[in-house]
Design a protein around this ligand. Structure first.
Ligand code: ATP
Ligand code: MG
Length: 414
């Protein structure tokens, strides 16, 4: 266990406060896995915590929390939460953030704190005073049986905070657990409630779902419960027409590759998955735009890029640096076929070449034909020496031009 988390627990305890390690930290250690982070709950107020730790920063408005900083490690310390005047707070918070301030900083007992947590396996408290574990609602048994069980009435809890449906999926796949029937049953019907969640929060959840090594499992389960369409409406629209088509293949391949990269400690970016997921919706929209507006393919794609990107950002607020990378990847899908003259060499130096090429590879694998040939060409070109590269480019464009030129000019002269 994190030495720093132990230090924090002990200092709180010595100062006369209750102090518990709680949430994922306890759960993962009991499962024999390495926790991602260590969260601590205490009956000390944020101000009292701040007095105890010099390396402490108070953060958050809706939920006031203390962050204790140890170099790069951050230990999060929260004051035990109590009940407030009641269930609509999450909804109110959205419309009226400042109204939420006071209400969500109501402090309480450990029992009240536990009732506000989501799943029984997330409501395990390790008590530093006597080294015991306090479990709420059968959390230890559920952990043994690998059952993910919502605390309280699942419908009410999903209504309070629809993000809990996404968390249910995430923990089920991450911990290899089965949802209890009552936990699972309402999800499909209640999935549309996610529409009321602020888009920035869904971006956070999107990252946890797709960039933690379980993207493929999560994708499948999200789809199963009708949650995927809440996150990626334009993508889901294409699945409606053809659930087993190239779109479905692409989403799964992108997820699989992301999981593999993470397993191999390779870098992943939230922008790539988004760029790849949205490519077919963009192509589809471009077809419509071409027909409606009589535009060229190129212009139609540009318009479709904006349309689809704007639409996507309504459900998941993608930060600008990532949409701009996605745009580069889409632009590259149009530029990669044009390789003559100095173009191919120039494209190799494009800062997002690698990502654009990666999407082309995936498309090639799924579409075969032209996309596959093009992807192969680029694979060879990248790894070839300069002489071979020049030759490859010459073979593409050079002869065609030379042959065509005289043909055209001759009749004109005669
Ligand atoms: P991990 O960090 O490994 O993803 P975790 O269980 O620690 O898993 P966090 O998101 O870090 O998850 O949240 C810490 C704890 O806070 C959870 O274990 C849970 O008890 C509580 N919690 C977090 N989000 C919610 C929520 N939306 N509703 C109720 N309780 C929540
Ligand atoms: Mg955590």
């Amino acid at each position: 266990m994190s030495v720093n988390a132990v230090k924090v627990l002990q200092r709180l305890h010595r100062a006369g406060f209750q102090a518990y390690l709680v949430g994922g930290g306890v759960r993962d250690m009991l499962l024999g896995e390495e926790p991602k982070d260590f969260d601590i709950a205490t009956n000390a107020t944020p101000e009292q915590i701040k007095e105890l730790f010099r390396n402490c920063r108070l953060i958050g408005r809706r939920f006031r929390l203390a962050h204790i900083l140890f170099g790069r490690e951050v230990i999060e310390v929260a004051t035990l939460r109590g009940h407030h005047q009641e269930t609509d707070t999450e909804k109110l918070a959205k419309q009226n953030d400042s109204g939420m301030l006071l209400r969500d900083n109501v402090y309480g007992t450990i029992d009240e704190d536990a009732e506000r947590r989501d799943f029984t396996v997330n409501a395990l408290y390790y008590n530093v005073a006597d080294y015991s574990i306090i479990a709420y609602g059968g959390g230890l048994d559920d952990l043994d049986d690998r059952i993910l069980r919502m605390i309280g009435d699942p419908k009410t809890r999903y209504q309070e905070d629809p993000v809990r449906m996404l968390r249910a999926v995430r923990f089920a796949t991450k911990l290899d657990m089965t949802m209890s029937p009552e936990t699972e049953q309402p999800i499909r019907e209640m999935a549309p409630l996610l529409a009321s969640i602020p888009a920035p929060r869904l971006f956070e959840e999107y990252q946890k779902l797709f960039l933690s090594g379980k993207a493929l499992a999560n994708y499948k389960m999200l789809n199963h419960y009708g949650l995927f369409e809440q996150l990626f409406p334009a993508c889901a629209e294409l699945l409606k027409d053809n659930a087993q088509g190239k779109e479905s293949e692409l989403y799964q391949l992108v997820c699989k590759n992301t999981d593999l990269r993470l397993a191999n400690d390779q870098r992943v970016t939230p922008a790539f998955i988004i760029a790849a997921f949205l490519w077919y919706p963009i192509e589809r929209r471009a077809q419509d735009v071409m027909v409606e507006g009589g535009l060229s393919y190129y212009d139609a794609i540009l318009i479709a890029m904006n349309d689809i990107c704007d639409q996507q950002c309504k459900s998941i607020a993608i930060p600008k640096r990532f949409t701009s990378m996605a745009r580069d990847v889409w632009h590259l899908q149009m530029r990669l076929p044009r390789r003559t003259g100095a173009r191919a060499f120039k494209l190799l130096t494009h800062p997002k070449f690698r990502a654009g090429y990666d999407l082309l590879l995936i498309r090639g694998e799924i579409e075969g034909g032209e996309a596959e040939e093009l992807a192969q060409w680029w694979t060879t070109f990248q790894h070839a020496g300069e002489t071979v590269q020049r030759d490859m480019v010459r073979k593409l464009g050079g002869p065609k031009k030379r042959r065509r030129a005289p043909k055209k000019s001759k009749p004109a002269q005669e």
